[in-house]
Design a protein around this ligand. Structure first.
Ligand code: ADP
Length: 303
């Protein structure tokens, strides 16, 4: 297998979804729902998004439990262009699970039991071989794994000269420190996350504050309004006009494709265009991982 240009570190969950007439209130039972199960977790979504968009296999660092959901997740990864040999199976821990209620308006309520994801430790990152980092160009991570593990990953990536991308989702304000953000080349919050991290509602103000704390550049994603790059220069990239069917994992699609484009040497503005095309395809299809575009589709959309 050729070495990976991209390393993704993140979470693996199984989404257990019930679509029902309304989201149950505390103490209430709502009948008449439809159930389905789907592979999820931001880390896994981003790794799959990158793997489908990349030419070479993408390495995914994660943890699953020694249970049916964990085995199903590994089986799912084996069908993607992913190197999964560094995914650790944690004994005596359940795999991550997200219980998701969706109502008829598309509103949702989500409860996550992180399980094995919380047992991905800095020691796991320390144990990764040096040549894995030496061969790669980009490190992508999010915040569904323990912060100290994410930080260790960023440190190793930085030491090996990789470009680091942190998708600060969910928004944990404790990462908005100079120590952590100095390890980040590209921070990719959505508008809500940027506001939560900074206490500022203005997209430009929030991004500037995050840059002042030390990250190289901020790409704030703005749903149907595209994204805003705040860096040496400020650029707004509109979204592509599509009919959105399901915006689940739009941000994950964007981040995975961004990592691929950056790893191939595209300048940030061009990389964001590429990521915008990949995300636009994902929102036209249902589900998280099933909706993620492959390279041919992204290139066709851009041609
Ligand atoms: P998240 O899913 O993390 O909340 P956003 O909602 O900001 O992130 O979406 C990420 C990216 O997905 C946007 O920057 C945009 O490129 C694309 N996107 C999201 N919603 C739409 C939409 N309705 N139409 C076209 N593109 C979209």
């Amino acid at each position: 297998m050729p070495p990976s240009a991209i390393i993704v570190l993140g979470s693996v969950n199984t989404d257990l979804v019930i679509r029902s007439p309304r989201i149950p209130a505390p103490g209430e039972t709502v009948l008449g729902g439809e159930y389905f199960q789907a592979p999820g977790g931001k880390g896994a979504n981003q790794a799959v998004a990158a793997a489908r968009a990349a030419r070479d296999p993408v390495t995914f660092i994660a943890a699953v439990g020694d249970d049916e959901f964990g085995r199903a997740a590994l089986d799912n990864f084996s069908r993607e262009n992913l190197v999964s040999q560094y995914i650790t199976t944690v004994p005596h821990q359940p795999s991550g699970v997200a219980l998701i209620f969706v109502d008829e308006q598309g509103e949702n309520a989500i409860s996550v039991a992180s399980g094995a994801n919380l047992h991905l430790t800095p020691q796991h990152v320390d144990a990764l071989p040096e040549n894995l980092f030496a061969a790669a160009g980009v490190f992508l991570c999010c915040l569904e794994s323990p912060i100290e593990t994410v930080v260790r990953g960023l440190q190793r990536a930085r030491a090996a000269g990789l470009i680091t991308i942190l998708n600060p989702a969910p928004a944990l304000p404790e990462i908005a420190t100079p120590e952590i953000l100095a390890l980040v080349d590209v921070l990719t919050p959505n508008a809500g996350e940027a506001a939560l991290l900074t206490g500022r509602d203005g997209v430009g103000e929030a991004a500037q504050q995050l840059r002042d704390l030390g990250c190289g550049c901020v790409i704030t994603t703005l749903g149907p309004d595209g994204c805003q790059i705040t860096g040496e220069t400020n650029v707004r990239i509109p979204s592509r006009k599509v009919t959105a069917v399901d915006t689940t994992a739009a941000g994950d699609a964007f981040n995975g494709a961004l990592a691929v484009a950056v790893s191939e040497g595209l300048a940030l503005e061009q990389a964001a265009h590429w990521a915008t095309a990949a995300a636009a395809i994902a929102v036209t299809r249902s589900g998280a991982q099933p909706s993620l575009a492959d390279r041919d589709e992204i290139e066709a959309a851009l041609s």
